[in-house]
Every structure is written in structure tokens, then in C-alpha cells.
Design a protein around this ligand. Structure first.
Ligand code: ADP
Ligand code: ZN
Length: 635
């Protein structure tokens, strides 16, 4: 599941019952309202400022004295605009220089009098629906502005310009009770043990303060995606029966300087209200990235980080806020975050071992009806390297398959098939291969399998198939370790190399061709050989020198060359030497066992999928025949 952290199930809907605040449209609404009001105010102001205000009696006096040059009666607006003869003479460009209120009531008399005089009279033509028009006009203006503002504020980071200033609780999830306990977290005993102290502290802080011990403020959960870091944090909250706040580090990163910092402030303020509680910051590397320029940085990010440090330093340890953070890239975190009194505890959440995987499967199959034939240990054995989230996914897929097939219980087959779905992608039955391609794939896979079967230090083959999978593999050979292994000897690695190039060797020996199908094998073999030379000190020429270092151990484990150019050249030579010798050894091995290779490949072509036992039956039968079968075909 790590291939795409963004759509992994653990990233989506992490807290289905968390509260997500509404009201994302308020800022836009308020801005629009203010704008509309401002507009009409300014507009009226502009109109008014052209005129001098006079009283109605001034107007009457002017009228009596026959001083009016021009009059405009605006009945709807309740005012009269007028200009005296004197002003008209003074400056003809200025029009209607005065205005005055128009008393309500019947104005016919006034109008009659004005018409009778030698005055230009304008009556503002006001149609009956003018009020409606005006309302429509405002509403239209309002809505256009509103939608404009809304789309604008949306683009500016989700919850609007105003939301960020001070009051935003966006994307903070609060759960009063997580309902998750350590029982729901399989394995991870060491992590649990380290967290036990925090739980104890949340239960009764006095015990610690009495001695004068400094209380832990935060802990950093470090591990690959899907290993259960969030789950553990929730379980801590559940065990201590305290509220659980969670936010993702990337939510702090905003477009506007200062917004992330204000979010941090809000978060801690909210948390302080309900303390004791747990604050969980997922993906803390998004904010906690080192401030030096090596990994890039900007002032918003720095402010946010500073605020976070401030808050962590600031809260009273007796209050009972514990800050847990998760990351899979501890090496890029700012050193300041890891200083004593901050996230000084580092809790490693490892990929589960065999027992851990078995326990995880047990946890997730607790509520699932399993039929008698289910052997979870077998599944656990097959899933070396899988993380908790993968296993949870696997179990669910199996249950779905059982339902699809109208069964009441999940059987072993469901689990095995969904294992392939999760690991290798669903079986893709409609990919049509030509006969020749099929033969190539079959020989290729048997090449891998046969090398593994004939070698001493290899992991046993459990399955060979030439049924294409959606992942793009046209076939694959599955090897299953008999027991958990933590160390590999150089011999074993060499065997692994030979197994990897076995596919290509078989193609070469039998068909004399090289196909693109081996690209992944070649890549893996090259990487392994390179690691042997640069990291494991297993090469003759370079000896024990490390020439590459791993930077993000918990992510891709990618190693970067860390040596001079001359040495890098030597490394390449050495890698090539290893691969070359491996390849010729493998070809020799397969040539010596050509009959067996043919036999098994033909069988695979018919059956499409064969088990490790079937393979071994052939190999063992072959060993009975003495002496070794004819190795006629030369390459
Ligand atoms: P992370 O935060 O490390 O990426 P999560 O805690 O979100 O991983 O784990 C995702 C899911 O995987 C969990 O919801 C749980 O179903 C499953 N899971 C992971 N680790 C374990 C475990 N040790 N025991 C049981 N379930 C687990
Ligand atoms: Zn292959």
C-alpha cells in the first residue's frame, strides 16, 4: 500500500466520526455584503456630494421669488434637485446645484404651480416596477459577487480568507472517545510499552509531579505508512480515556503567511479546554521539515514550525496535554523539534514480523466468520513485508470475495486469492498472449523456480503461475520463506541473484532471445548487487567500505551514492562483475538441467498454475534418475 500514500485507506477518512466544521461560505458571504453596502454608500455619496443640501423652505422661498431656473422632482427618492437662476447664470455647466427633501404626501399642487411658472420641470420617470428592478439589480449584483468571492476564497486554501485569521478549526478532528484500545493493535509490543508510561501519566499526573519528574510532552511515532501509527495514537487516547485531537501536518501548510501558525495556536487552545487530552499530528514532516535550505523552506513554514515549538514549550506539563506525532521521514525533521522537552521520545513502529502479522490477521478476522480450513499462519508467512494496513485490506477483500460467491464464511482460498489481489493485482484473465509469448513466459518463470529449487540456500517456491495480473506481471514465481529471517548471508544473496536472473537465462538458453519481460528482474538483481557492493561490504575489490548511504529508511529505503567519482566507477565495475558471473553460473545450472526445465515448463503451460510441491516432485524425481540427465543442448 505504500506505492501511493495519497490514496491509501489510512489517509482517507481517518476519523469518520470526527467533526468537520461547516460554514465555509460565511467569509464569502460577509465579504460580498460588505462590498455591496460599500458600493451603494459610495455611490450615494458621490451623487450627494455634487449638490448642496438646502431646506424645503429655502426651495419654497426661491420658488415664491421666481428664482428657479430648473427643477427635477424625484418623487420616488423623495427629493427635489433644483438650480436657481442666479447659479445658472454663474456657471452654466453646473446643473441642479441644490437638493432638498420632498415632503411626503400629494405633490400635484406643487407640480401644478411649477408648471405654471417659467421653469424647466423634469419629473423623474419612475415606472411602477422600479422598486422590483432595483431589488433584482441588487440581488443579481449580490449573487454574482458572492459566487465570485466564494470561488476565490475556496482557491485560497479551503476555508476562506477570513477563516484562517484566528478562528479556523478546519480539519481538526476531535473525538471524545476513540473507542480503540491496545487490544485492537496487534504486535508492536515495544511501542506499546513506551506508550504505556504516557497513558499512566494521563491517568494520574500527580504521581509523576510528586517526585519532581518532568513529564513527557510529546513522542514521535516513526514508521512506514500503514504500520499503525494513527491506530496506536488513538489507542493511547482510548486507554487513557481522554479526548483525541488529530490533524495532519499538511493542513498547517497554507498559502498565507501566518495562517498555519494561527491554526497551531487554535489547536492548542481548543485542546487546553478539554485537557487532559492527546493531540495527534500526522505527517509532522510537512511542518517539521528542517528549516535549513537543504530541503527547501519558506517563511510560512518557518512561522508555523516556530509556533508549534512555542506551544509545545508553552503548555504546563501538569495540564496533561500529550502531543503525539507521526512521520516516516524522521531524518528531515528540524533538530529543534527533537530537543529534550519536545518530541524527544522516538517510538519505532516497525513492519510486523511473522507473529505480528499473525496477530494482526487475528485482530482483523475477529468479527469475520472463518471456515475450518483457514490457516492464518500460512497467510502470515506469505505476507512478509506487508504492513498492518495491507493485512486489514487483505482480510476485507477476502470477506468481499466470500460474499460475492454467496458463501457465509471466508475460506482459505478467499484469503489466498485476496493476497494476490493486494500484492500482485487482480488476476486478469482476458489478456491474450500469443502461443509463443506464453511459452516464453512459462520458461521464464520455470527458470526462476528451477534455480530456486536446485539451489541450497534459497527460499522454497510456493507457486508458479503464467496467469497475467493487472499489475502488469505476465506471470510470477512466489517464494515463501520457511521462517522469519533478519539476516542474509552473502551466499544467500548470491542465490537470490541467480534466482532473479534465472528467468532471463532460461529464455536465452531455450529460445536464444532476450525479452523485455525480464526488466524488473534485472533491475532487482542490479539493485541487490549494488547494495552488496556499496552497503554490505561484500565485494572483493572494495571490501568493507560503505559507498552509499540510505537517507529515508522508513520510506523507500533508497540509497544514495556517497563516494568519489573514481570509487563510483569502481562500484559500477564491481556490480557488473557480480552480475556477469551470476548470469553465467545460472545459465550453466539451467543448461545442466535442461530436461527438467523443459518438462516442468510444458507442464506449466498446460496447467497455468502449479504449486511448489508439484515443482519439487519433478525435481526430486529427477534426482532419482542416475546419472544426471543428458545435458545435450548447448547455448
Ligand atoms: P499509519 O498511521 O501508520 O499510516 P494507520 O494507523 O492509519 O497507519 O493504519 C491503517 C490501518 O491499518 C488501521 O486502521 C488498521 O486497520 C490497520 N493496522 C495497521 N497496523 C495495525 C496493527 N498493528 N494491528 C491492527 N491493525 C493495524
Ligand atoms: Zn522474471
Amino acid at each position: 500500500m505504500e506505492n501511493n500514500p495519497n490514496n491509501s485507506p489510512n489517509n482517507n477518512n481517518k476519523n469518520p466520526d470526527g467533526e468537520r466544521p461547516k460554514g465555509q461560505m460565511w467569509p464569502a458571504l460577509i465579504i460580498t455584503l460588505v462590498l455591496v453596502l460599500l458600493f451603494s454608500w459610495v455611490y450615494n455619496g458621490v451623487v450627494s456630494s455634487q449638490y448642496t443640501q438646502t431646506t424645503y423652505s429655502d426651495f419654497l422661498t426661491a420658488m415664491e421669488a421666481d428664482q428657479l431656473a430648473e427643477v427635477e422632482v424625484q418623487r420616488e427618492r423623495g427629493r427635489i434637485l433644483y438650480m436657481t437662476k442666479e447659479e445658472a447664470a454663474k456657471d452654466p455647466s453646473v446643473q441642479k446645484a441644490c437638493y432638498t427633501g420632498l415632503p411626503s404626501g400629494d405633490h400635484m399642487e406643487l407640480l401644478d404651480r411649477l408648471y405654471a411658472m417659467d421653469v424647466t420641470v423634469n419629473e423623474e420617470i419612475v415606472e411602477d416596477n422600479s422598486m422590483i428592478m432595483m431589488v433584482i439589480y441588487y440581488v443579481l449584483m449580490f449573487s454574482v459577487l458572492f459566487f465570485f468571492m466564494r470561488s476565490l476564497t475556496k482557491r485560497m486554501g479551503g476555508d476562506g480568507m477570513m477563516g484562517g485569521f484566528g478562528k479556523s478549526k478546519a480539519k481538526v478532528y476531535m473525538e471524545k472517545q476513540t473507542g480503540v484500545t491496545f487490544k485492537d493493535v496487534a504486535g508492536q509490543d515495544e511501542a506499546k510499552e513506551s506508550l504505556q508510561e504516557i497513558i499512566d501519566f494521563l491517568h494520574n499526573p500527580q504521581k509523576y509531579t510528586a517526585i519532581g519528574a518532568k513529564l513527557p510532552k510529546g513522542a514521535l511515532l516513526v514508521g512506514s505508512p500503514g504500520t499503525g501509527k494513527t491506530l496506536l495514537a488513538k489507542a493511547v487516547a482510548g486507554e487513557a480515556a481522554v479526548p483525541f485531537f488529530s490533524i495532519s501536518g499538511s493542513d498547517f501548510v497554507e498559502m498565507f503567511v501566518g495562517m498555519g501558525a494561527s491554526r497551531v495556536r487554535d489547536l492548542f487552545k481548543e485542546a487546553a479546554k478539554v485537557a487532559p487530552c492527546i493531540i495527534f499530528i500526522d505527517e509532522i514532516d510537512a511542518v517539521g521539515r528542517s528549516r535549513d535550505t537543504r530541503y527547501g523552506g519558506n517563511s510560512e513554514h518557518e512561522q508555523t514550525l516556530n509556533q508549534l515549538l512555542n506551544e509545545i514549550d508553552g503548555f504546563e506539563p501538569t495540564k496533561g496535554i500529550v502531543c503525539l506525532a507521526a512521520t516516516n521521514r524522521p531524518e528531515i525533521l528540524d533538530k529543534a523539534l527533537l530537543r529534550p522537552g519536545r518530541f524527544d521520545r522516538r517510538i519505532i513502529v516497525d513492519r510486523p514480523n511473522l507473529q505480528g502479522r499473525l496477530d494482526t490477521l487475528k485482530v482483523h478476522t475477529r468479527k469475520i466468520k472463518l471456515s475450518e480450513d483457514v490457516d492464518l499462519r500460512k497467510i502470515a508467512q506469505a505476507t512478509a513485508g506487508a504492513v498492518g494496513a495491507d493485512l486489514a485490506n487483505l482480510v476485507n477483500e477476502a470477506a468481499l470475495r466470500a460474499v460475492r460467491q454467496g458463501r457465509q464464511m471466508v475460506n482459505q482460498e478467499d484469503l489466498l486469492v485476496s493476497f494476490e489481489t493486494v500484492i500482485a493485482g487482480t488476476e486478469k484473465k482476458n489478456t491474450v498472449l500469443t502461443d509463443m509469448e506464453k511459452r516464453l513466459v512459462a520458461y521464464h518463470e520455470v527458470g526462476h523456480a528451477l534455480v530456486a529449487a536446485l539451489e541450497k540456500h534459497s527460499q522454497p517456491v510456493s507457486k508458479i503461475t503464467i496467469v497475467p495480473h493487472t499489475s502488469g506481471a505476465l506471470g510470477y514465481t512466489m517464494q515463501m520463506p520457511e521462517e522469519e529471517k533478519f539476516l542474509s548471508t552473502a551466499q544467500e544473496l548470491r542465490t537470490e541473484l541467480r534466482t532473479l536472473v534465472g528467468g532471463r537465462a532460461a529464455e536465452q538458453i531455450v529460445f536464444g532471445v532476450q525479452t523485455t519481460g525480464a526488466s524488473n528482474d534485472i533491475q532487482r538483481a542490479t539493485n541487490l548487487a549494488r547494495a552488496m557492493v556499496t552497503q554490505y561490504g561484500m565485494s572483493d575489490t572494495l571490501g568493507l567500505m560503505t559507498t552509499a548511504s540510505v537517507q529515508s529508511q522508513y520510506l523507500d529505503g533508497q540509497a544514495y551514492m556517497d563516494c568519489s567519482q573514481t570509487t563510483a566507477y569502481e562500484v559500477d565495475q564491481e556490480v557488473k562483475k557480480i552480475l556477469d558471473s551470476t548470469y553465467s553460473e545460472t545459465k550453466q545450472l539451467l543448461t545442466d538441467n535442461r530436461a527438467l526445465l523443459d518438462e516442468i515448463s510444458e507442464y506449466l503451460l498446460v496447467k497455468e498454475t502449479i504449486t511448489g510441491d508439484e515443482l519439487m516432485a519433478y525435481v526430486n524425481a529427477d534426482k532419482q534418475k542416475l546419472p544426471a540427465p543428458d545435458a545435450t543442448t548447448e547455448e
